[in-house]
Write a protein that binds this ligand. Sequence first.
Ligand code: GLY
Ligand code: MN
Ligand code: MN
Length: 466
Amino acid sequence: MEIKSMFEKEVYIRRRKVLKEKMAAAGQSGIAIFIGNVEAPAQYKDNGYKFRQDSTWLYYFGIDEPRYAAIIDIDSGDESVWADDVDIDDIIWMGPQPSVASRAAGTGIDRSGAYQDFEREVVAAMSSGRTVHFIPPSRYYNAMMLRSMLGSAEPSVPLVESIVSMRLVKEDCEIEEIDRACDLGVLMHTTAREAIRPGILEQEIVGLMEGVTLSKGWGVSFPTILSQRGATLHNHLHDQPITPGKLLVVDAGAESNSHYASDFTRTYPTGGKFTPRQRDIYQIVCDCNEYAFSLTRPGMAYRDVHIAVAGKMLEGLKAVGLVRGNVSDMVQAGIAGLFQPHGLGHNMGLDVHDMEDLGEDLVGYDPDQKRSSQPGLGSLRMARRLVPGNVITDEPGIYFIPALIEQWKAAGTGRDFVNFDALKAYYDFGGIRLEDDVLVTADGARRLGHSRLPIQPGDVEDAMNG
Ligand code: GLY
Ligand code: MN
Ligand code: MN
């Protein structure tokens, strides 16, 4: 697999030009500032967390190095990059490094200066009455730096909206990278599936799986979820031995060297074969995953796909006797949220939950869409009307969460629809989630990656026993 971290400089020049045009079209003036991430110590300064660059910085500048900043002048169009060249003390430890000027040139910018002069430049612009646009910082260091430069100034909504409108629609070069991350994600999941056997610790499977992305890409795109206690949606504990008869939820993704994400979930019968009860519930989730994909196309609001899938799920749960009544009444009443307390999916790109640092609603909701307060639907992170180039996840799930079921029962929530007595037998069931990554195309959708992980129950069993 090719080691790659930056696109051609023309990509970044074009993106910044579009950004300036969007800001001007929105009637904005002044400067937009961008602050890349700095190294973060884990215990002490020289023992840091693995460096991960800020995604918006990567999108507009591509420089995958710590302690860089940039200014884009919306009025004059001027662009500048600010960072410090290494000195001999750095060279002793790090070896020779490209100059800041050459890295700036690599992204199509011919003006550069020292990092400390960035602050001077920004404060001078502000003092002369110019508007300083910035995005919400995702790291504390950047938040502190912004506060020291700009006091209590608020992030710029027009800048965030302009950036979101661009990053939501993936370019061909990005889709290529996401396909690459998905291929790596499929390899991770295949490795995990092949490692499942009685007695092996969940942690050992995690290690094998994460080794795959570390050997071919940047690492994981989020902390791995691999658990036989799948009713806990984001369970990061991997301390259980694999025990036949359970369900193992594996939700994991790769980050490519260019920092694009993948995010897949599969759920496995730990003994290699589903019990009839597991298979019934599994098939409902699998049908929901397929149904969501079949509805995904330009013009369709993903909120409506979520709601349609809730109906499909409730039909299935009704057939197995866990709910009763009219399905559209149940959808209206938000009953699906008892079983799937999360949304159907989210945007994905440079971040696994793309741009969530910029504000979930600004990213995932059209201006005329309001977030619901219902369980499940209220957690939907991507509700927008789909357009070609959107990259989203399709991740329905059914979970039996005893504490939540008991809470609904005690409060009388859903009492006309939910068969609380029948649910008692499911308190040790766990959960099932099935997740694919999807590109919205001109006339429909395609699943990302060049191959798809087995998902139909028979295919999963064949893969586990083959
Ligand atoms: N990996 C978390 C999610 O699927 O959204
Ligand atoms: Mn996931
Ligand atoms: Mn996801």
